[in-house]
Design a protein around this ligand. Structure first.
Ligand code: NAD
Length: 552
């Protein structure tokens, strides 16, 4: 079959593959393409512009067939979404190794990538799309909440109560923004050009209401702000028009950011245009003209953000390379506002804290509830985690296989992983659990305009670290590992690695989980200790890491 099917992962404790890791990889690939999960499943696009799960439908079917016949001493190799080989390895090796979108640095541009993609030789894997561990918008919700909550603590006396955030993009990741701002107590106006995305966020309760126009959005926002009531408002429009209009009207929000897919100006950022214009046709027929229009819009969009900052708004870049695209378009002060990692997240990274996530292969929501309760007991001292998990358990709508995310650090993730494995073994969970994380993590990525922006020792662009992370995961018993290029910020701007493990209740799984869920977050502590962050050095000392060059 080569046409686009409706894909939904099998559920339950019976597998057709020869081991649970192969079965888990297959179900997670399928889950990434579940219409409840993926943004454009018919094109195999999961999220983040054109982040795909497999290169094409024949490749998808071949991966599924191969995973079903893969022995427990074999490893499947996937090159940019296409299964290229099965090699004999050993029981403790990863069952799948994935390399997506990697280009030799001198050729690492969208231009080269687009040519190779058109020739059928590559696909864009984003971060968790091509590595089969995307769990829908929840996957970014806690991180987005951590960011906005940190902004509240740093700039607004504790929370975002009584503040207005203006942002754009209600896609797979950006769709988490309205709910995250609301959780942090604030009001948000979320500009989105695509009405279907607004509907999706309304139906999954990520956004409260949609305003008919900017006047109404501002009126609703002012009322809620005055009453100290948290509210999220979607507004159909183009950020490149709405933000300059705020400047023109003299309306200055408290916080301003953006999560359009500006990392990919050809496929991810919609230029400002007339209502009767067919921009999709323009992109097909004249991509150069489309790109020029996108760049001109990005320039206006970022100029408005910097002007709002001058007028007192707190501005930050939300990891989509918008500033760099504006700089390329001639905006000289595009980098006058910081990225979200140096502004709000770096301390977490120093502790190896990052977006740990897990998925119930049973398909039963009760399994996630049981894991929520188990973690609430295991980390009873952690207030942030307590309030997050309590909220998530009561409010978050699942997409696809039931899943949960919570940020855990070094010497926490392995405890959680082994606990889940025990729960599978003794029947508290009905089927195995998949455990993974975003590539956006403490020690898994080099991305100078995002995760590694403004490192203390200037090592922002050193990508030895994600390569070491990839190697450590393989050596430590991960179920599948991936190495990608261009995630988050686009071609030429990032390299990153991903890890997924499987808790099937076996002793082998306990061994694998204890190694890989210890060593993987350790890389975050190591990376930041090596860069000179005192907090990371302290964590390394207290939690027993062995760092020869630091005498720790
Ligand atoms: P997506 O492609 O699913 O969604 C992008 C949305 O932006 C779409 O709904 C699109 O219609 C909208 N859009 C595009 N141009 C617009 C414009 N000019 N005005 C208004 N709306 C416009 O992407 P996503 O998964 O939501 O990711 C968004 C961006 O955030 C990407 O660049 C991604 O790499 C980045 N990202 C950041 C983080 C983070 O933690 N900071 C994490 C993941 C992704």
């Amino acid at each position: 079959m080569t046409t686009s099917p409706i894909v939904r992962a099998p559920r339950g404790a019976t597998r057709t593959a020869k081991g649970w890791i192969q079965e888990a990889a297959k179900r997670m690939l399928m889950n990434n393409l579940d219409p409840e999960v993926a943004e454009h499943p018919e094109q195999l696009v999961v999220y983040g512009g054109r982040g795909k799960a497999a290169r094409d439908w024949p490749s998808f079917h071949r991966i599924v067939e191969t995973l079903d016949r893969l022995e427990n001493d074999q490893t499947l190799l996937v090159q940019s979404g296409k299964p290229v080989a099965v090699v004999g390895t050993h029981d403790l090796a990863p069952r799948v190794l994935i390399a997506n979108s990697n280009l030799v640095p001198n050729w690492a541009t969208w231009e080269t990538f687009d040519r190779l993609e058109k020739a059928g030789l590559m696909m864009y894997g984003q971060m968790t799309a091509g590595s089969w561990i995307y769990i829908g918008t929840q996957g970014i919700l806690q991180g987005t909440y951590e960011t906005f909550a940190a902004a509240g603590r740093k700039h607004f006396g504790g929370s975002l109560k009584g503040t207005l955030t203006v942002t754009a993009g209600l896609g797979g990741m950006g769709g988490a923004q309205p709910l995250a701002v609301k959780l942090a107590g604030g009001v948000s106006i979320n500009v989105e050009i695509d009405p279907t995305r607004i509907q999706k966020r309304l139906s999954t309760r990520y956004v409260d209401t949609v305003a008919a126009n900017l006047d109404e959005a501002l009126r609703l926002a002012r009322e809620a702000k005055r009453e100290g009531r948290a509210l999220s408002i979607a507004l159909l429009g183009n950020a490149a028009d709405v933000l300059p209009e705020l400047v023109r009207r003299g309306v200055t929000p408290d916080l301003v950011t953006d999560q359009t897919s500006a990392h990919d100006p050809l496929y991810g950022y919609v230029p400002s245009g007339r209502d009767d214009e067919d921009l999709a046709a323009l992109r097909r027929q004249d991509p150069d003209e489309y790109l020029a229009r996108a760049q001109e819009s990005i320039a206006r969009h970022v100029s408005a953000i910097t002007e709002l900052q001058r007028r007192g708004a707190v501005a930050f870049d939300y990891g989509n390379n918008l500033r760099e695209q504006a700089r390329l378009a001639g905006v000289t002060d595009a980098f006058s506002y910081p990225g979200f990692v140096p502004a709000f997240i770096r301390d977490s990274f120093c502790e190896g804290r990052g977006p740990f996530r897990w998925v119930a292969l049973s398909g039963d929501e009760a399994d996630i509830r049981a894991t929520d309760e188990a973690l609430l007991k295991l980390f009873a001292h952690d207030e942030r985690l307590q309030s997050w998990l309590t909220y998530a358990a009561s409010q978050i709508a699942f997409q696809g296989l039931p899943a949960r995310i919570c940020w855990l650090g070094y010497r926490e993730r392995d405890l959680a992983g082994r606990l889940f494995n025990e729960m599978v073994a003794d029947g508290r969970l009905k089927a195995p659990v998949v455990i993974g994380r975003d590539h956006l993590d403490a020690g898994s990525v080099a991305s100078p305009y995002r995760e590694t922006e403004a490192m203390l020792d200037g090592s922002d662009a050193v990508s030895d670290w994600p390569l070491l992370n990839f190697g450590v995961g393989i050596a430590s018993g991960a179920g599948w590992m991936s190495f990608h290029h261009g995630g988050g910020v686009g071609m030429g701007y990032s390299q990153h690695s991903g890890l997924v493990a499987v808790a099937d209740g076996s002793e082998e799984a306990a061994f694998r989980l204890s190694r890989c869920l210890t060593n993987d977050p350790a890389m975050g502590v190591v990376r930041h200790a090596d860069a000179g962050y005192d907090l990371a050095v302290d964590v390394a000392k207290q939690r027993g890491l062995d760092l020869p060059s630091l005498g720790v």
